[in-house]
Design a protein around this ligand. Structure first.
Ligand SMILES: *[C@@H]1O[C@H](CO)[C@@H](O)[C@H](O)[C@H]1NC(C)=O
Ligand SMILES: *[C@@H]1O[C@H](CO)[C@@H](O)[C@H](O)[C@H]1NC(C)=O
Ligand SMILES: *[C@@H]1O[C@H](CO)[C@@H](O)[C@H](O)[C@H]1NC(C)=O
Ligand SMILES: *[C@@H]1O[C@H](CO)[C@@H](O)[C@H](O)[C@H]1NC(C)=O
Ligand SMILES: *[C@@H]1O[C@H](CO)[C@@H](O)[C@H](O)[C@H]1NC(C)=O
Ligand SMILES: *[C@@H]1O[C@H](CO)[C@@H](O)[C@H](O)[C@H]1NC(C)=O
Length: 522
C-alpha cells in the first residue's frame, strides 16, 4: 500500500502537466470535434476543388444533463479571438450528435511549414506526365489551376515556412475551429489539425512504449487516393466504377502522414512492361506508381522523427508466374520480389529495420524507426533486414541489432463485413481474442503487431448492381463516426493498429494520442 501511494505521488506531477485528469464521462460529453466528410455533395459540381471535403461537426448525445453541451459552433479563426464570428452555430438538442456543413476544406495548405514546396511536389509527381499506354485503368489528373493561382499558393507556402526551411514540430491547426457551449459559456475548443510529430512530441510519456504496445492510427489501401480523369463530365466521373470502388483515401501518402497516420497498408503490382514497373494496386487495378509512395515516406521521415510502419501486405499482380493456370512455385524468392526488396532497401534502408517490441527510445537511439512488414516468407528468409536484422546472408550471425527474434509482421484482422453492426460484432470478437493472446500486460511488448481493419467491404454483387452514390465513400461515411466512438470509449486500451478508409471522417488520430497517454500511465 505504501509503495503504491509513493508511485502515485511521483506520477501525478508529470501526469497533470501533460494532461490534467478529467473523468472519461465528462471528457466525452463536454467535448466536440471536427471531421471531414468522405462524401461528395452533388449540388456543388460546378466548383471542382470545393465539392468534396466538407467539414462535419461532432459531439455526444448520450450524456448526463449536467455535462451536456447545449450548442456547438464552427469558426475560421480561434473562437477566443476578439470579435471572432462563427460560420454556423447549432443547438445540439436538435441534431443527432452530428452535422455535415457545406463548408469545405478546399485547397487548404498544410500549416507549420509542412506543405511541400512546389519543386518537391514536382519531384514527387514528375512521372505523372509519363503516361503509359497500356492497361491503365485511368490516368492521373493534371492540375488545371491558373498560373495566378499557383503563384498565390506558392506565396502562402513561402510565408508558412521558416527561414531555416525545416517545418515546425508539434500540432498545427488548419483554419477550422469548433467551440462547445454550456449555459451560454464557451467550455471547449478544438481545431482540425495536423499532428506531424505526435509520437516524438509525447516522448516523455511514450518513450518506453513500443510499436507493439501503442495505439497506431492507420489507413487501409493507403495508396489508393488518385483523382480521376478521362471523363469530362464531373457527375459521370464521380460515379464511375473506379472512383466509387477503387479509391479508399482522399489524401496522398505524405499528407496522411502529416495528419498523424503511422501505419500504411500497401498492395503492390508488378508490371514489367511499364516504365514504372511497380504500382500501388487495389486488387488487380493499378493506381499510383509505387515510387510516389516511397518518396513520400522518405520526405516525411526526413522531416519528422516519428516511427512508422509500412506494410507490404499483398502482391496481387505479377509476383508469381503462372503455368497452365496454376501458380508456379518459386524456389526461394521470385525475381519480382527480389527487385522490389532491392528498391525498398535503396529508397528507405537508412531508416530500417525497426523492431516492434523495442522501446521507442531505443528506435530513436538506433535511428531505425521504419518498420517494413513484408508479407512474403521467402523474401524474409533471404533478406535479414526484412526480419528486423542488419547484415547479409553470408554473415547471419553477426550484426543483428536486436537481441532476440524481432517482431516485424503485421497481422490484419479483416472482417469482410457489409454493415456497421456486423463490423462492431467482428471487431469486438477480435479485440477479445487479441487480449487473450497478449496476456495481462500490453506493455510487455510481446506478441504480434496487429491491425483492426475498421472498414466495410462491398460484395461483388454490391459492385455489379451498385447505384450512383453508393461505393466506398458511402460505406466509410456509414461507419467512420461509429469507429471513432468504439475505439475512444470501448477499445482504447486494447487496440494496436486501427486502419480506416477516408480517415478524416474519423477522429482516430486524436483518439490514438489520448489513448496512448492514458495507457502510458496505467
Ligand atoms: C450552405 O448551407 C447553408 C445552410 O446551412 C445555406 O444557407 C447555404 O445556401 C448553403 N450554401 C451552398 C453554397 O449550398
Ligand atoms: C485556394 O484557392 C483560392 C481560389 O480558388 C485562392 O483564392 C486561395 O488563396 C487558395 N488558398 C490557398 C491557401 O492556397
Ligand atoms: C446558467 O447561468 C446562469 C447565469 O449566468 C446561472 O444563474 C445558472 O445557474 C446557470 N445554470 C446552470 C445549469 O449552470
Ligand atoms: C453528366 O453525365 C450524367 C450521367 O452520365 C448525365 O446524367 C448528365 O446529364 C451529364 N451532365 C452534363 C453536364 O453533361
Ligand atoms: C447487416 O447485415 C446482416 C447480414 O447481411 C443483416 O442480417 C443485418 O440485418 C444488417 N444490419 C443492418 C443494421 O442493416
Ligand atoms: C452507428 O452510429 C449510428 C449513429 O451515429 C447509430 O445509430 C448506430 O446504432 C451505430 N451502430 C452501431 C453498430 O453501433
Amino acid at each position: 500500500m505504501a509503495k503504491l501511494s509513493i508511485i502515485i505521488i511521483l506520477m501525478l506531477p508529470t501526469f497533470s502537466l501533460q494532461s490534467p485528469y478529467i473523468p472519461p464521462e465528462i471528457q466525452r460529453c463536454s467535448r466536440a470535434f471536427l471531421t471531414v466528410s468522405s462524401l461528395w455533395r452533388p449540388q456543388s459540381y460546378s466548383n471542382r476543388f470545393e465539392a468534396e471535403t466538407e467539414v462535419e461537426l461532432n459531439w455526444e448525445t448520450n450524456c448526463d444533463e449536467s455535462n451536456y453541451i447545449d450548442s456547438v459552433a464552427l469558426f475560421r479563426e480561434h473562437p477566443g479571438n476578439k470579435g471572432a464570428v462563427s460560420l454556423i452555430h447549432l443547438p445540439t438538442k436538435q441534431y443527432p450528435g452530428y452535422f455535415r456543413t457545406n463548408i469545405t476544406l478546399g485547397n487548404t495548405t498544410l500549416p507549420g511549414g509542412w506543405q511541400l514546396e512546389e519543386e518537391e511536389e514536382k519531384d514527387l509527381h514528375k512521372d505523372q506526365n509519363k503516361k503509359s499506354d497500356e492497361d491503365s485503368e485511368f490516368s492521373i489528373e493534371e492540375d488545371e489551376e491558373s498560373e495566378a493561382e499557383k503563384e498565390e499558393q506558392l506565396k502562402v507556402r513561402r510565408e508558412n515556412r521558416r527561414d531555416d526551411d525545416s517545418p515546425v514540430k508539434g500540432d498545427h491547426c488548419l483554419p477550422f475551429w469548433i467551440a462547445a457551449y454550456r449555459n451560454k459559456t464557451l467550455t471547449y475548443i478544438d481545431c482540425l489539425k495536423i499532428r506531424p510529430t505526435w509520437i516524438w512530441d509525447h516522448r516523455a510519456d511514450l518513450g518506453d512504449m513500443s510499436l507493439r504496445s501503442l495505439f497506431i492510427p492507420g489507413t487501409h489501401n493507403s495508396g489508393c487516393y488518385k483523382k480521376l480523369t478521362g471523363l469530362n463530365n464531373q457527375s459521370a466521373r464521380r460515379n464511375s466504377f473506379a472512383s466509387r470502388f477503387l479509391l479508399t483515401q482522399d489524401l496522398d501518402i505524405y499528407a496522411q502522414l502529416v495528419y498523424g497516420i503511422r501505419y500504411l497498408d500497401i498492395r503492390v503490382g508488378y508490371y514489367p512492361s511499364t516504365p514504372e514497373q511497380f504500382w500501388v494496386n487495389h486488387d488487380v487495378s493499378r493506381l499510383v506508381p509505387l515510387r510516389h509512395v516511397l518518396q513520400s515516406v522518405k520526405q516525411f521521415l526526413k522531416r519528422s522523427p516519428d516511427p512508422l510502419i509500412l506494410d507490404f501486405h499483398r502482391f496481387p499482380v505479377g509476383f508469381t508466374e503462372r503455368r497452365r493456370g496454376r501458380r508456379k512455385q518459386h524456389k526461394g524468392v521470385s525475381p519480382a520480389h527480389r527487385l522490389l526488396v532491392d528498391l525498398l532497401w535503396n529508397e528507405l534502408g537508412e531508416f530500417s529495420p525497426a523492431d516492434a517490441s523495442m522501446p521507442l527510445n531505443t528506435l530513436w537511439k538506433s535511428g531505425r524507426r521504419l518498420l517494413v512488414s513484408y508479407a512474403d516468407k521467402a523474401s524474409r528468409e533471404e533478406f535479414p533486414w526484412l526480419r528486423g536484422e542488419i547484415g547479409n546472408v553470408a554473415d547471419k550471425s553477426k550484426e543483428t541489432i536486436w537481441t532476440h527474434r524481432p517482431s516485424v509482421i503485421v497481422i490484419q484482422e479483416w472482417g469482410n463485413v457489409q454493415n456497421s453492426s456486423q463490423l462492431y460484432e467482428f471487431l469486438s470478437r477480435t479485440i477479445e481474442r487479441r487480449k487473450k493472446l497478449w496476456g495481462p500486460s500490453m506493455k510487455s511488448g510481446n506478441g504480434d503487431l496487429w491491425a483492426a481493419m475498421a472498414e466495410l467491404t462491398p460484395t461483388p454483387m454490391d459492385v455489379v448492381f451498385s447505384r450512383p452514390g453508393s461505393g466506398l465513400r458511402r460505406m466509410a461515411h456509414d461507419v467512420n463516426r461509429n469507429v471513432t466512438r468504439w475505439f475512444r470509449d470501448l477499445w482504447w486500451q486494447s487496440a494496436n493498429i486501427v486502419a480506416t478508409d477516408f480517415f478524416r471522417g474519423t477522429n482516430i488520430v486524436d483518439v490514438a494520442v489520448e489513448a496512448n497517454l492514458r495507457r502510458s500511465h496505467i
